[in-house]
Design a protein around this ligand. Structure first.
Ligand SMILES: [Zn+2]
Length: 182
C-alpha cells in the first residue's frame, strides 16, 4: 500500500500558513503594489473562494491585488497547498512522476508546475510575447441572426468589422507599443 493511501498529506496542510509563506517570500519588507511598487497598501478583505487569500488596495494608484496576483500561482486551479507540497517534494528530489502520484495529479500537470516552481515560488507569471512580424488574416465572424436577419444584414457585419479593427489596433499597440490608425 502506497503512503498516499494512508496519509493524505494535502489535507493536513494549513492554508493560512501557505499564504503566510507566500507573503513572506514575496514581500519580506512589507506588502507592495505589484502595479506601481508603492508600499502604501491597505487590506481589503479576502478572496471569495479562498478565505486565507488576502486582498489589498493600493492607496497610490487605487489598484487592487491579492497575495497571488501576478505570480505563477495566480489563476491556477490547483490550491496553493498543492503548490507548496510540490515544492517540498522537489526539495526531496522526487521525480515528476512520484510527485504526481503523491498529489494525485497528472504527470503533465506536475511537469508544468515544477518548471514554473524552478523559477521560484512567487516568480512572475510569464507574459505572452510575440516575436517578429505577426500577421493575422482579417476574418469576419458573424453569429447567427437569431430571428433578426434584418439587423444583421443592415449593420451587424460592419459593426463586427469595426470591433475587429479596434481589437487589431489594440493588439498592434501591445505588440509594438504604438497605437495604430489602421
Ligand atoms: Zn499601486
Amino acid at each position: 500500500m502506497a503512503a498516499a493511501d494512508l496519509i493524505n498529506l494535502s489535507a493536513l496542510i494549513d492554508d493560512a500558513k501557505c499564504f503566510a509563506l507566500v507573503r513572506q517570500h514575496r514581500w519580506p519588507e512589507g506588502v507592495r503594489c505589484p502595479a506601481c511598487g508603492d508600499g502604501g497598501v491597505v487590506r481589503d478583505g479576502f478572496d471569495d473562494t479562498q478565505p486565507q487569500r488576502q486582498r489589498y488596495r493600493c492607496k497610490a494608484c487605487a489598484g487592487r491585488f491579492d497575495d497571488l496576483t501576478g505570480t505563477v500561482l495566480a489563476g491556477h486551479h490547483q490550491p496553493l497547498r498543492t503548490w507548496v507540497l510540490c515544492l517540498y517534494f522537489m526539495g526531496l528530489n522526487l521525480s515528476n512522476r512520484q510527485i504526481a502520484a503523491e498529489l494525485g495529479l497528472g504527470a503533465s500537470d506536475v511537469q508544468a508546475m515544477t518548471e514554473q516552481l524552478r523559477r521560484g515560488l512567487v516568480s512572475k507569471a510569464p507574459e505572452v510575447t510575440l516575436a517578429g512580424e505577426v500577421e493575422v488574416d482579417e476574418v469576419y465572424v458573424v453569429a447567427g441572426h437569431k430571428g433578426q436577419p434584418a439587423a444583421v444584414a443592415k449593420g451587424g457585419v460592419s459593426g463586427a468589422a469595426a470591433g475587429w479593427r479596434a481589437r487589431r489596433a489594440a493588439a498592434r499597440w501591445r505588440r509594438t507599443g504604438r497605437p495604430s490608425s489602421a
